[in-house]
Write a protein that binds this ligand. Structure first.
Ligand code: HEM
Length: 458
């Protein structure tokens, strides 16, 4: 068979360009300049930026066995999470997915919804003081704390707010792992440095003590930790060991809040820039909820809320690239992908490609209106990945995001602080490097709202 042609891409060593312009701009400019398959070299290795829906289908589904997670990003994640559902490959992954997926079933969503609304009500109480004093604040920080509280309850039935510094240290290391620039070098340093080690020891100690406490209690709670303790392999009947539970708990803790928090932060930005969408959102909230807190049962009727969430994840997919390594040679759009090379599926570019999305840079939630728009082409929308390894927490994340957005928008409107630059940065998650500073305003007509029930304004 004749050899497939080599994909186009910049010649020579481009490390400097990547390090100076930031990898989001770098990947984005390669995809825009060279099309759906762009090749570059970095550190002596060959990389392919892929951004066609067919590549998503091929790599994450049809030829999934040929692509491993042996990439530097996943290597670093493993240093913190160990071998887990997220970081593992092959039979380990299969066994874990079989074991853990049942814990994410629909009946758990009720618990997720209740915990989410309770934690959001505490934020409403806190934000009332921001509203009264008229202060500007970083909404990203606030939403990271909120998402941490929610995952703490869903996973451990514990308020993790006091662990925020330790969790934050782990998250920033994970994020630096997602970079191919100076951040990558920096990411290896925290593992060796004392404050990081102290923070991660604290987290480790906490998770281990929660596991042993739960074993003593006999695992009767409605949270994910109990599900992990009770899980049995359907073929062997084996439970997970303490070390395996530790790895999965650490994974779910870290994968389950930074993504959601950043997704919601981008949503806040988009809504601040789109008053028309805010008006529609308020209309829906008043009509469906009439001032009471949202519940899981309300979600099918909060259709515009869902569309906002979906459209926000299109423009700002929290996991903006998905990396893999090819075991054997393959091809993409007729170009060769040699054995051993790295592929980077750019979800960011895929979801902004005018071939699949009209006016792709516009925020238009209506494109997800199922009554008037056809669903996106298979593989063209993949904020939760695709195929067998699609995000196990996707439904949780959707419920959480919609409820938080609905509850906060019931109480407040917000505007962006003037002169504060918004700088998207593509690390492991897509995040605003300098945060998003906002100022709250009371929502017109919200005097009919039932007040937030929690008085906890920490
Ligand atoms: C907006 C929120 C979220 C986004 C955008 C997101 C995105 C993703 C993506 C793209 C993947 C696939 C990664 C790959 O194939 O390399 C993934 C996998 C995963 N996610 Fe999420 N995620 C979110 C929330 C969550 C939550 C709430 C949890 C858990 C509570 C979670 C746990 C996981 C796990 C364990 C995997 C690995 C699944 C496997 O390989 O079988 N994620 N997520």
């Amino acid at each position: 068979m004749p050899e497939k042609p080599k994909a186009p891409g910049p010649a020579g060593l481009i490390s400097w360009r990547m390090m100076t312009q930031g990898q989001l701009n770098f990947i984005d400019s390669l995809a825009r300049q060279y099309g759906p398959v762009a090749r570059f070299r970095f550190g002596g290795m060959q990389y392919f930026v892929l951004s066609h829906p067919d590549h998503v289908l091929r790599i994450l589904q049809e030829n999934i066995a040929n692509y491993t997670k042996e990439t530097h990003q996943y290597w670093l994640l493993k240093q913190i999470m160990g071998n887990s559902l997220l970081t593992g490959d092959g039979s380990l992954w299969q066994q874990r997915r079989r074991l853990i997926q049942p814990a994410f079933q629909r009946r758990q969503l009720e618990h997720v919804a209740e915990q989410t609304v309770a934690a959001t009500d505490a934020v409403v109480t806190r934000w009332r003081t921001f509203l009264e004093s008229g202060v500007e604040f970083d909404v990203v920080e606030e939403l990271v704390q909120l998402a941490l509280r929610v995952i703490g309850q869903i996973l451990f039935s514990t308020d993790l707010i006091h662990e925020a510094p330790a969790v934050g240290a782990a998250v920033s290391t994970i994020n630096a792992a997602g970079a191919w620039d100076w951040n990558t070098l920096k990411s290896f340093l925290p593992i060796l440095n004392r404050p990081y080690r102290q923070a991660s020891d604290r987290l480790e100690e906490l998770i281990r003590s929660l596991i042993s406490q739960r074993r003593d209690e006999g695992a009767l709670r409605a949270d994910l930790l109990s599900a992990l303790v009770q899980a049995r392999d359907e073929e062997t009947g084996q439970p997970l060991s303490d070390q395996e539970i530790r790895n999965e708990a650490m994974t779910l803790l870290l994968a389950g809040h930074d993504t959601t928090a950043h997704h919601l932060s981008w949503t806040f930005l988009l809504l601040a820039r789109n008053p028309g969408a805010v008006a529609k959102l308020h209309g829906e909230l008043s009509e469906v909820l009439g001032g009471r807190p949202p519940t899981l049962e309300d979600l099918p009727r909060l259709t515009y809320t869902r569309m906002i969430v979906e459209e926000s994840m299109r423009l700002y997919p929290p996991i903006w690239v998905i990396p893999r390594r090819a075991i054997a040679g393959d091809e993409a759009s007729g170009f060769q992908i040699p054995a051993g090379s790295y592929v980077v599926l750019s979800i960011y570019n895929l979801q902004r490609d005018p071939q699949w999305w009209s006016e792709p840079e516009e925020f238009r939630p209506e494109r997800f209106d199922r009554s008037i728009s056809a669903p996106p082409r298979a593989g063209a929308y993949a904020p939760f990945g695709w195929g067998p390894r699609t995000c196990v927490g996707a439904q949780f994340a959707m419920v959480e995001s919609q409820l938080i957005l609905a509850r906060l928008a019931q109480h407040f409107t917000w505007e962006l602080a003037p002169n504060h630059p918004i700088v998207p940065e593509g690390l492991t998650t897509l995040r605003p490097r300098k945060g998003i500073r906002i100022r709250l305003a009371d929502r017109p007509g919200n005097d009919t709202l039932e007040k937030a029930t929690s008085g906890d304004a920490t």
